[in-house]
Design a binder for this molecule. Structure first.
Ligand code: PEP
Ligand code: MG
Length: 756
């Protein structure tokens, strides 16, 4: 079918379907007329419509061509049969010979034997599959892209009918959760810490589009372009005047990346194509938005998934301009707002008056999503990965977001709210109290000094050196700024970034960890890899040694940024001493290069290693003769020691670092480092947990690097403990066969007045 012909067919069919929908008769009768119309227009022998029902089954609701007895009888689970497969993938499928398809499930009651080919498309509503439309033909037909487009357009109209509640009740479409009005605790993942209490504002750009079908596509394209220009003007203002203006590095990067998506001609073209099939500009935007979400929303690549949210943000913005929908005027908002959204883009967050925002709860999201980065910068707690939360709360209800404990309380009772208010006030008091520790040494009661450093990833973390009184940055994760950019920063961009880092550190030491990407930390501009075991895959130093230019450029930028100052560099995920030697040789080459250029060399360059692969811990005698320092990455070390995925909540807490074995292992490492006179620190999560940190000091560790908010509590703990007493206590436990001595250590802390 030619494009012109398909557009004509599409427009006629759309107009027909619209008339049927608006016409007389029951919903079932209108649906039956629709299937008939589709079959006739598309020259198909069969047209069937399946609707999703409770329990994730697709029920045949109407058919033209299959046996009428099968209507409301044939049911397929999501994933079952070709229809179920279309639903599971949320993508159209065109199959010339259905019977040979691996997903084929035979349903004798339908009498579908004579029909060989099938084209099916999902009916999507807000990114969720609510039904399937399928056409079938007797012959082994190859359906054209244009035919798929037509069916997708009809699917949009049908989505409205399904959502309207005429076919199945709206209640059935919404996930149920007991008595909706009772308080409910939901769990998620903390993407920005803190405690926020406020009233729910559902961020639900649910646009009611009255007119789906347009008579004059040119006029619609014109309206679209108009809205597009207006949207860009508004974005410019937002970025120029928003609360993050003047912010550094990452915010600019986030906004730039967003703007690049906004300017990408691809999605505008897709919207225009949808208009050409007979939709209004609004309906075309929704169609493209839904398709993007369905197609990319489940992509394994987290970067792609994040860009879907940027696109949704933009799509909603475009709709606002098309429909003249009002903005979230400050006067309409409650005084304390907790946004609840499926997901949102950074600009959408900035649309709200940030002085009123007390928290964000997302059904999706990730730590590196743009909205999380912006929220952290604004100190707004964010809880993500809370399934179906949008359906569990209503606008104006009370809600508590407890970032630290990765939970939210919906509709908390008065006394629970009171308790959280007290906790928040106590937190603020404690925060204020920690300020008094800022200039005090982290010295144990028996006079042992412990150096406390922060882990940093983004530039705003560096402010915390000053506010916490930390001794410096023990782990600067250089990959983080790479992850929020839209392209790989060249040497110059990296040099500028590292210069700023060193300036912000104000003379305190910064340990630069070279880029630790790969696995699940995907950079958009790198080739995509599908790895079964990404944590153990092509990542970190493995990539850098295979693609030495990447590491060399980073080291070059660092050497130049130092401008004569001392620098510390360490390599992640080293498993063999030889890998360290090779990486260090690249560093030397860059130093030689700089010498030849007549550049200013760093005063000193200390070259260290992250100890996070157990194999390296078994080669310490060879390693320690060659490194200047060691930093134990206990997060990865624990996951590899115990073969437990640190990101898998089912197992990540199964083994305890506070076990005689793990602590004994760390003690051995510390002793070997001391033997060779090599400084050793711990920079994983354990260093920032008071009980764990107490044990680490007891094991003889004197340098701990942790997330900035942990500095205050850890310093308080250190100042209340006696290192030799803990060491002695631990010594008495090493022989135990237990998997955890956490309770014993807790008891010890309680009995000895250690503030954990
Ligand atoms: C670690 O593995 O403990 C570590 C500090 O590095 P990251 O968490 O960045 O992998
Ligand atoms: Mg690590």
């Amino acid at each position: 079918m030619s494009t012109a012909k398909s557009q004509t067919v599409s427009r006629k069919l759309l107009a027909g379907v619209r008339d049927v929908m608006a016409g007389e008769g029951s919903a079932q009768a209108r649906l039956d007329r629709t299937t008939g119309l589709i079959a006739a227009s598309m020259e198909a022998d069969v047209c069937s419509i399946y609707v999703r029902r409770a329990g994730d089954v697709l029920e045949l609701f109407s058919t033209q061509g299959l046996r009428p007895e099968s209507v409301h009888v044939t049911r397929l689970r999501i994933g079952e049969g070709v229809i179920g497969a279309i639903a599971a993938r949320a993508q159209p499928m065109a199959i010339a010979n259905v019977r040979n398809h691996p997903s084929f499930a035979y349903r004798p009651e339908t009498g579908e034997e004579p029909f060989h080919s099938m084209l099916g498309v999902p009916v999507l509503r807000a990114g969720r599959v609510v039904g399937i439309i399928a056409v079938q033909n007797r012959e082994h037909r190859r359906y054209a892209d244009e035919e798929r487009e037509i069916l997708q357009t009809i699917a949009m109209v049908l989505a409205e009918m399904v959502a309207g509640g005429d076919l199945v009740s709206r209640d059935e479409l919404a996930p149920t959760e007991g008595d909706a009005l009772r308080p409910l605790r939901v769990e998620g993942v903390c993407y920005s810490p803190g405690l926020g209490i406020g009233k729910v504002v559902l961020h639900e750009p649910g646009f009611d589009i009255d007119h789906l079908v347009a008579q004059d596509p040119d006029a619609e394209v014109e309206r679209l372009r108009h809205a597009f220009t207006a949207m860009h003007g508004q974005l410019d203002t937002l970025f120029r005047k928003g609360p993050l203006v003047g912010g550094e590095g990452e915010f600019q990067d986030v906004m730039e990346a967003f703007r690049m998506v906004a300017e990408d001609a691809g999605w505008l073209r897709r919207i225009e194509e949808a208009i050409a099939t007979g939709l209004t500009a609004e309906a075309a935007v929704v169609k493209v938005k839904n398709e993007m979400r369905a197609r990319l929303g489940s992509a394994p690549d987290p970067y792609l998934r994040e860009r879907v949210h940027d696109l949704e943000d933009l799509g909603n913005r475009l709709l606002q301009h098309l429909m003249g929908a009002a903005h979230h005027a400050a006067e309409d908002l409650p005084e304390h707002v907790v946004l609840v959204a499926r997901n949102m883009g950074p600009a959408e967050l900035l649309d709200y008056d940030h002085t009123r925002l007390r928290g964000v709860v997302l059904e999706e999201g990730s730590a590196t999503s743009h909205v999380s980065i912006v929220a952290r910068a604004l100190d707004i707690p964010v809880l993500g990965q809370v399934p179906d939360v949008m359906t569990k709360v209503a606008n104006g209800e009370n809600i508590v977001v407890d970032g630290r404990n990765a939970q939210a309380i919906l509709r908390p009772s008065e006394d629970i709210q009171q308790k959280f208010h007290e906790t928040r006030r106590a937190n603020e008091r404690i925060k204020a109290e920690y300020v008094q520790y800022k200039d005090l040494p982290a010295r144990t009661r028996d006079g042992v000094d412990v150096s406390l450093l922060i882990n940093a990833g983004l530039l705003f973390d560096f402010d915390q050196i000053e506010t916490t009184g930390a001794d410096g940055v023990g782990l600067y994760r250089t990959e983080v700024p790479f992850m929020v950019r839209s392209q790989f920063p060249d040497v110059d961009a990296q040099r500028q970034l590292y210069e700023r880092v060193l300036e912000r550190a104000q003379g305190k030491p910064v340990t630069f960890r070279t880029i630790d990407v790969g696995g699940d930390k995907v950079l958009p501009y790198w080739e995509e890899r599908d790895e079964e075991n990404p944590a153990m895959g092509w990542r970190a130093i493995r990539i850098c040694l295979d693609r030495p230019a990447i590491l060399r450029q980073q080291l070059r930028a660092l050497i130049q940024a130092a401008q004569g100052r001392a620098i510390d560099v360490m390599f992640p995920m080293v498993a063999e001493v030889e890998e360290f030697i090779a990486a260090k040789a690249l560093l030397q080459r860059e130093l030689d290069r700089e010498t030849k250029r007549g550049g200013l060399l760093p005063q000193t360059v200390r070259c260290g290693v992250m100890l996070e692969v157990p194999a390296l811990a078994l080669q310490l005698d060879k390693l320690l003769k060659r490194v200047d320092f060691v930093s134990i990455g206990s997060n990865d070390l624990m996951q590899f020691l115990y073969a437990t995925d640190r990101g898998n909540a089912h197992v990540s807490k199964r083994y305890d670092i506070l076990s005689p074995f793990a602590l004994g292992f760390l003690k051995t490492v510390r002793e070997r480092c001391d033997h060779y006179g090599i400084p050793v620190s711990v920079c994983g999560q354990a260093a920032g947990d008071p009980l764990e940190a107490m044990a680490l000091v007891g094991l003889g560790f004197r340098r701990l690097s942790m997330p900035p908010p942990a500095i205050g509590p850890i310093k308080e703990m250190v100042r209340s403990m006696e290192a030799h007493a803990v060491a002695q206590f631990l010594g008495s436990l090493f022989g135990m066969p237990h998997a955890s001595i956490r309770q014993r250590l807790r008891g010890f802390a309680r009995d000895h007045g250690v503030k954990i």
